[in-house]
Design a protein around this ligand. Sequence first.
Ligand SMILES: Cc1cc2nc3c(=O)[nH]c(=O)nc-3n(C[C@H](O)[C@H](O)[C@H](O)COP(=O)(O)O)c2cc1C
Length: 425
Amino acid sequence: MRSSKFRLGAFLLPSAGASPAQYEEGFAGQNPNYYQDGLRDTSRVLRQVEDLGFDFAAFSEHHFHVEGLELSNNPVMLGSWAAMQTRRLRIGQMGNVLPARNPLLLAEDLAMLDHFSEGRMIAGFARGYQSRHVATIGQKLNAYSTQPTDPEFVEHDRQNRELFNEHYEIIRRAWSEPLFRHEGKHWQLPPDGIVWDHPATQTMAPGMVDANGNLRQIGIAPLTLQKPETVETFTPFTTSPATIEWAARENVTPVIFTPIVENAKACIDLYYKAAHEAGRDIEWGESVGHFREIVVADTDAEAFAIMERGLGFIWTRWHDWFGLNEALRRPGEVGVIRNHPSTIRERGYSICGTVDNVTRQLEKVLDDFKTDTLVLWIAAGPAPIDGLLKSNELLVEKVLPKLGIELHQVTPQLRDEFNGRGWRD
Ligand SMILES: Cc1cc2nc3c(=O)[nH]c(=O)nc-3n(C[C@H](O)[C@H](O)[C@H](O)COP(=O)(O)O)c2cc1C
């Protein structure tokens, strides 16, 4: 049976608004025209997917992308920009690269996004695989990316996970506890020795300072507008069993990267088992999202052309180097996976074609994985925007009705003490 709560999310890198040939000329990421063009396309997609009934849109976090392929230094700031252009669409990140970030600052920024968007913030946290930024931005934390080709993978992956877990715990506490104290391996919050015998704090924030005037606890302000335990959290494009099990225990939704049926089912098995062990009564497939591209057009050839100018270009020219094609490897298969857009389509990651062909392929995904969440990579930037917009429209207005799907949108649950009068009123 299909979920009656099926929802769609849009994933936007976004990329420079340039053609593949313009990217090859170099430094497309620093070209002001391409950035403005990319924002314009992204803005059109955001407003369209809200109208079409998507549940959320999410941005990635990547730095130093002078090549122009992933222009998303700050997904929370992009989220604020998106929130100002929309009214219902929930706004997320896929994800904040948590080991390299200051967790308190991130908790504050996300809480602000929640207020700016009047409760539409969703949170996404990734471990991070691009060494160029994780090790540069996270150097004071000793953060490393997790990339299996790293000669020091085991140690770096361990350190990455340790930071990820501790940062996650801090963010959750910061959202839900007015005042808290954290003593972990990497952070002491607050550190000892801060004298803060401010009379206003003694009166207005009792408990923050002890009788001797030493700072004992901290708290962020604002807190989230949503009830903190209801803030939906994703861990995007997950590949490792340890992350899936962590997500199952923490009630976090993983977004599975691989389209290969046996491998994706193994991820769902793992999540299902770990969730049940943690006392969560979920159905197999529930609370596990899947990452895909869907391009619908009047002919297969037209859909393929849109795909090859957009995601097909980004994936083969950029992501292959990080091992993305490994996610397409079939069980027992050996040798190099051909780095070509047709591989991405044939192995089911990119679902492209006419309404009938996409309907057939999507039906199989839904039947195989019993999922309630699909996150669609929308290649705004290099892909022709009119083709992308028409594709989204055909998907929602022609394909989904054939499958009997009505899109579901999650309604945020706001704090009980909020009187309902937001800043727009
Ligand atoms: C090729 C590739 C592309 C990825 N793209 C993104 C991305 O756009 N945004 C993001 O937050 N994480 C991205 N991830 C990173 C994953 O979210 C994750 O942090 C990393 O792969 C570690 O996964 P694990 O915790 O399952 O081991 C990508 C990972 C790979 C391998």
